[in-house]
Structures are given as structure tokens and as C-alpha cells.
Design a protein around this ligand. Structure first.
Ligand code: NAD
Length: 493
């Protein structure tokens, strides 16, 4: 290992390189605030060099048969499986989530690698013979060229894998710009990919922040951008990327509501909703952050969730008994605390207060324990703003129609959930709720790899989502060929 290996964080042209910009950030373990690494940030020139290499590699890669392209992914999948324990520890140490949650996200990522191995059939086109006598028409799918993904901190392995496998299986070359808060997980998976002997330049890793992203958005050789992050940035990325003539899919933030009907199974509902609200310390884009109880569900659900949330074991994610880890940064903790204060000022009533608590031996961590606030007013900022932390709100209405109306008045549309034993209520809900991912007796309605991750409204900007057939369409362009071939030419011309 060379002395400056930790500086060589970018993977360009099949080798690890040190970014030229000279700017660095510390990588911090959220459980104890100790520095666990440094990330060197890329400047424009670093990104330009990655794009040039990707473009060169693309010309060979798109000519590589799809059946051969997916062999690298089979190998990659096996390597991910073999290294799942070590990789999960890397995720936990830089993101704060529990070991079990880290393993879970790797599994969801692997599903996408597996699914992309179906590319030989998924990217097939269609055809008609004799659209006129002796004339045939075909639609074929071709890759776009160089494509890039910009990803957030909260799923440092799964989210890059929403994009990378589909992009390269379809014949594109791919650039990943991971969150600067969690660069080590991305580095780990790219190092595994390197072991597959994937040709140099097909996948590149550039670490960085806005400066690197701006170059990706402006560089004319980058044909498509996949983004996942907060709504404010997603909106900017979508506007700027499309202005520069690129395809863009930009997934944004969320404020996910869960409706609890009086006929719901109380034990199951409480267990699932607590997991959704406080799993990953509330830092999932599919976290339930507000419950709307209907009619008589109010008291039993409020009592049950209060008890269950207050009993969660908070701590360092690698301690086996830990059920909830810290939030990502001290700023995030302060932001959640600020929301609790704002909620109180807006008339909310604190039932479980997670402020001011510390975990033994991890006193410096970004701890904020599960917090539950009742009587959230539909007009309050807490009802409308993404908190992204372990703060769960309760609202109460009389009918399922009132609950659906509250959901539909939201600017976000990532997910809406219903807990009930009524098929009729479930059908009404899935038909009328304006959100792209619906859970019925499910708290985290995360689509499997072979379904699109269907955010709506301010949770998504674009047309084609991540995963499944949408990914195949996003990373390919259609070409239609109309052709005439005739055995009679010798006679007719
Ligand atoms: P973020 O928006 O701060 O950062 C996401 C990415 O954008 C990072 O790679 C970051 O370096 C880059 N970035 C940040 N500011 C930028 C700017 N001004 N210009 C260009 N690039 C910029 O998001 P985060 O804090 O890392 O992640 C949390 C957010 O992501 C939450 O809002 C969450 O809901 C959302 N999220 C959404 C989904 C989804 O599927 N819709 C999934 C996961 C996370």
C-alpha cells in the first residue's frame, strides 16, 4: 500500500487517482464524531478527465455484446455477496445506520445488479414485417454514451446501484459522484467492480461537491444525469441538466404520511410504523413522518406508538442490540431539534421527547432519540416540511376521505401508506392517494428492483424513474429502421 493511497479517491481510467483541486473534507463517524478518513474533492479538470476517459471507453463498450457485458455484473454480484459483512461495517461507520440496516441496503442494491443481468431481454426492441408489401420496420434500443449519477448520503451503496448496473449493461459508460459525506462505501463497491476486470473507463468514480456536479451538468459529452437527494437540489439539477440538453431523472425529498384506520391490526401497525418512522434514524426518503389516525384509531394507536418508540434502543450501529443509530451530522441533529421547537410553537404536543440524551461511551455522537409530537396542525410547517430525522407527528381526522385529502394537499408525493383490514378502504386509498409509491399494511413501500421507484410531485423531476423497465428506457434511446429488401430487385430496377 503506497503512503498516499488514502488520497487516491477517484477511480479514472481503471486506476485510483488523487483529485487535483486540493480541497478536502473529513469523513466523520456520526456515532462518535471521530474522523475516519478524508475525502479529496474533485475540481472541474478532474471531472473533465473522467468524462473524456468514459467517452473513449464507450466506443468499445457499446460494441461488446450485451451477454458479455452482463458477465461483469454476475461477477460483481458475487463479490458484493462475499464482502457483505465488511461493506456493511463501512456503511455503518460513515452513515450511522445499524449493521442490520446496512446489510438490508446492500441486499436491495444487489437486487438491482441481478435485475440488470436480464438486459439481453430487457433491451429488446420490436418489429413488424410487411408494414407495406416487402417493407419491414424495427425498433432497436441503443445506449446513450456517457451517463452520470449524483447520489445522497443516506443509502451509500443501494442508491448508486439503482443506476450503475442498468447503465453499463445497456452499453453506456458511467460516472458516479457519491455524497461527500459517505465516500468510503462508494469507494468500496468500485474497488469490488475493479476486481471483475471491467474494461478501464466503463465505470469511473469522482468524489466532490457542487463544483464536480456543475461540470457533469455542463459537459456536453455527458448525455444523461440521474440524481437522488433533497428537493431543492433535485429541482436545480433537473433545470440545469435539461437546459444543457441532457436526459435527467431527479428524485427529491419526501413527507410520507401513514393513515391508520380503526380496523387495522394494532400490534402489526405499531411495529411496522415505528420501524418506518425511526429506522435509519428517520433518514429514509420512505420514512413515515406523519400518522393520520381515523376516528377511533386515535387513542389506541397514540398510546401504542408512544410506548414502542420510547422503548427503542439507540446507539452505535455495530452494537448488536442497537435499534436506531445517530443522525448524520451535528447540523442534522440541530435541525431536528429546531423542528421540535417550531412544532411546539405551532401548537404541537410532545409525547416522547428525544432531545438532550446521550449514549454511554458515545457521548459526542449526533444523538437524537425517537420523538413523537401530537396534535400537528395541517397548516403548520411541521406538516409540510421534510425533517429527515427521528421526529414523528400525529394528526387525527374523522374519515378516510379527510385523510386522503390531507395527503393530496402535500407538495411531496413519494409514498403514502394505509393500515386497515378493509379491502374497500385499501382500494379507495390506492386509487385516490396522490403518491407514486403506495403501501397497504406496509410501512416502507420500497419497490423491488424490477419496479420503478415511482416518486411523484416535488419528490421527482423527470419522466422515467430509477429501477426496472424505466431504467432500461432511461439509459437507452430508440431507433426505428424501415427497410426494403427484395429478391425481385434484379428484375424491377
Ligand atoms: P443533498 O441534496 O444535500 O445531496 C445529494 C447530492 O447532491 C450529493 O451528492 C451532494 O454532493 C450533491 N449536492 C448537494 N448540494 C448541491 C448543489 N447545490 N449543487 C449540486 N450538487 C449538490 O441530499 P442528502 O442530504 O445527501 O440526502 C438526503 C435527501 O435525499 C433527503 O431530502 C431525502 O429525502 C432525499 N432522498 C430521496 C430519495 C428518493 O428516492 N426520492 C432517496 C434517498 C434520499
Amino acid at each position: 500500500m503506497s503512503t498516499n493511497e488514502h488520497e487516491r479517491v477517484n477511480y479514472i481510467d481503471g486506476d485510483w487517482k488523487k483529485p487535483e483541486s486540493g480541497r478536502t473534507l473529513s469523513v466523520i463517524n456520526p456515532a462518535d464524531q471521530k474522523e475516519i478518513g478524508t475525502v479529496h474533492l474533485s475540481g472541474k479538470e478532474d471531472v473533465k478527465s473522467a468524462v473524456e476517459t468514459a467517452e473513449e471507453a464507450y466506443h468499445e463498450w457499446r460494441r461488446t455484446p450485451v451477454t458479455k457485458r452482463i458477465q461483469y455484473l454476475f461477477h460483481f454480484k458475487n463479490l458484493l455477496e462475499e464482502h457483505i459483512d465488511e461493506l456493511a461495517k463501512v456503511i455503518t461507520n460513515e452513515s450511522g445506520k445499524t449493521y442490520k440496516e446496512s446489510v438490508g441496503e446492500i441486499r436491495r442494491g444487489i437486487e438491482n445488479v441481478e435485475n440488470a443481468c436480464g438486459m439481453p431481454t430487457m433491451m429488446q426492441g420490436f418489429n413488424n414485417e410487411d408494414i407495406a408489401t416487402g417493407i419491414d420496420e424495427h425498433m432497436i434500443r441503443q445506449p446513450l454514451g456517457v451517463v452520470a449519477a449524483i447520489t445522497p448520503f443516506n443509502f451509500p451503496v443501494m442508491i448508486p446501484l439503482w443506476f450503475l448496473p442498468y447503465a453499463i449493461a445497456a452499453g453506456n459508460s458511467f460516472i458516479l459522484k457519491p455524497s461527500e459525506k459517505v465516500p468510503m462505501s462508494a469507494r468500496y463497491i468500485i474497488a469490488l467492480l475493479q476486481k471483475t476486470d471491467l474494461p478501464a473507463g466503463v465505470v469511473q468514480l469522482v468524489n466532490g461537491d457542487k463544483e464536480a456536479v456543475d461540470e457533469l451538468l455542463e459537459n456536453p459529452s455527458v448525455k444523461a444525469i440521474s440524481f437522488v437527494g433533497s428537493t431543492a437540489v433535485a429541482r436545480q439539477i433537473y433545470s440545469k441538466g435539461t437546459l444543457h440538453g441532457k436526459r435527467v431523472q431527479a428524485q427529491g425529498g419526501a413527507k410520507n404520511m401513514v393513515v391508520v384506520l380503526p380496523d387495522a391490526d394494532l400490534n402489526m401497525t405499531t411495529r411496522i410504523v415505528v420501524d418506518s418512522a425511526f429506522g435509519c434514524a428517520g433518514q429514509r426518503c420512505l420514512a413515515n413522518s406523519l400518522a393520520i389516525t381515523v376516528g377511533d384509531a386515535k387513542k389506541p394507536f397514540t398510546d401504542a406508538i408512544k410506548e414502542k418508540a420510547a422503548g427503542l434502543k439507540v446507539g452505535y450501529g455495530l452494537d448488536k442490540s442497537t435499534e436506531m443509530g445517530p443522525v448524520i451530522t451535528p447540523d442534522s441533529r440541530q435541525r431536528v431539534e429546531q423542528f421540535i421547537e417550531t412544532g411546539e410553537n405551532e401548537g404541537g404536543k410532545i409525547l416522547v421527547d428525544g432531545r438532550g440524551k446521550k449514549v454511554e461511551n458515545y457521548g459526542d455522537g449526533n444523538w437524537i432519540y425517537p420523538t413523537i409530537m401530537d396534535e400537528i396542525s395541517p397548516d403548520s410547517s411541521l406538516a409540510k416540511t421534510e425533517v429527515f430525522g427521528p421526529l414523528f407527528g400525529l394528526m387525527h381526522v374523522d374519515t378516510v376521505e379527510d385523510a386522503i385529502q390531507l395527503i393530496n394537499s402535500q407538495s411531496y408525493g413519494n409514498m403514502a401508506c394505509l393500515f386497515t383490514s378493509s379491502g374497500a378502504a385499501a382500494r379507495q386509498f390506492r386509487y385516490e392517494a396522490n403518491a407514486g409509491n403506495i403501501g397497504i399494511n406496509i410501512g416502507v413501500a420500497a419497490p423491488m428492483a424490477y419496479y420503478p421507484f415511482s416518486g411523484w410531485k416535488d419528490s421527482f423531476f423527470g419522466d422515467l424513474h430509477a429501477q426496472g423497465h424505466h431504467a432500461v428506457e432511461f439509459y437507452t434511446q430508440t431507433k426505428v429502421v424501415i427497410e426494403r429488401w427484395s429478391r425481385d430487385w434484379g428484375r424491377t430496377f
